[in-house]
Design a protein around this ligand. Structure first.
Ligand code: ATP
Length: 303
């Protein structure tokens, strides 16, 4: 890992990022806001240790990217295996996660490792771990604690060495209290915790992320990199980003496609005008040029 300057801002990057097929999606982590810098320190402290990690954060805030960076900072030579627990079929969750032995069910001519076995020596990333069925949570904890897993239909357990990094956008402590989440798995996971603030709580990241995405998408689309006008910068910083960094990435991608090329203006951002009348006036004011702001001020004064 190394720190270097891009767009005048420090980025955490991996020098071999393009060489390894595993790292294709492990992109640079743009962390500029003081809260993000603090989080990066916590990440760098946790990554090389063999602790499980629970990442808490809203949807689209960058939890998977954080998990990939934990794996890359850990020196574990196995795969980073990413699984969205909400997408696992409850009927086949056992076989999908822990694999099955040959002949375990009709059509299973050969055995399969499952997601857990595929992460042997590496990191298993379970997104929205709260969506896992309770019996699977129990089996998961046993596999992690005993370092062995029994495939569906197998008679003997196989040894496995998996580091778990899990993510949640819900309060797992509440899920435990409601009897929906296994208490001991929660405690196991809580050994290492990272709280990823929503993008609106780390405003200092917004412009750096916007410039970063502009750079990425301009390169991908073979377009010159436009500037972000002062007014558009103000609009970006004032938006509440309910979809977090993923929403910002989409907004910038769209703006690049509809702008004339050299400058991103507020009208290219296609952000919804919402909120109270006061918030709307504040947004218009923020996007206005100094002359327009002066005109608005005298207009409001006369009302
Ligand atoms: N700090 C960051 N620096 C650069 N890119 C980021 C950063 N945070 C998020 N991204 C990018 O934003 C997008 C969304 O991030 P990611 O998929 O990691 O979010 P998530 O919290 O895991 O989403 P979900 O809740 O849907 O699982 C990705 O393209 C990711 O690369």
């Amino acid at each position: 890992m190394s720190l270097h300057e891009t767009f005048g801002q420090p980025l955490l990057t991996f020098p071999d990022a393009e060489k390894s097929p595993l790292s294709i999606r492990a992109k640079a982590l743009v962390f500029v806001d003081p809260r993000s810098r603090q989080l990066r320190e916590e990440l760098e402290h946790l990554a090389p240790r063999s602790l499980p990690v629970l990442i808490r954060g809203e949807t689209g805030s960058g939890k998977e990217l954080l998990a990939r960076h934990i794996h890359r900072g850990s020196d574990r030579s196995g795969l980073f295996v990413s699984v969205n627990c909400g997408a696992i079929s409850p009927t086949y969750a056992d076989a999908e996660l822990f694999g099955y032995a040959a002949g375990a069910h009709s059509g299973a001519a050969s055995s399969r490792a499952g997601w857990f076995g595929s992460a042997n020596g590496g990191t298993l990333y379970l997104d929205e771990i709260g969506d896992l069925p309770l019996p699977i949570q129990v089996k998961l904890l046993a596999a992690l604690e005993n370092h062995e897993v029994t495939r569906v239909g197998a008679h003997q357990p196989s040894p496995v060495d998996v580091r778990l990094v899990a993510a949640t956008s819900i309060d797992l402590a509440q899920a435990v209290a409601a009897g929906k989440f296994h208490e001991r798995l929660f405690h196991y996971l809580s050994e290492g915790q990272l709280d990823l603030p929503a993008l609106r709580e780390r405003v200092g990241d917004i412009l750096s992320l916007a410039e970063y995405f502009l750079g990425i998408y301009s390169q991908r689309l073979d377009l010159p990199v436009p500037l972000i006008s002062d007014a558009a910068q103000r609009v970006l910083e004032r938006h509440s980003w309910p979809g977090n960094t993923r929403e910002l990435e989409n907004v910038i991608h769209f703006a690049l496609l509809v702008s004339s090329g050299d400058e991103i203006l507020p009208e290219h951002l296609n952000l919804p005008v919402a909120g109270s009348p006061l918030e709307q006036v504040q947004r218009i004011f923020a996007a206005a040029s100094p002359d327009e702001q002066e005109a608005l001020r005298s207009f409001l004064h006369q009302q």
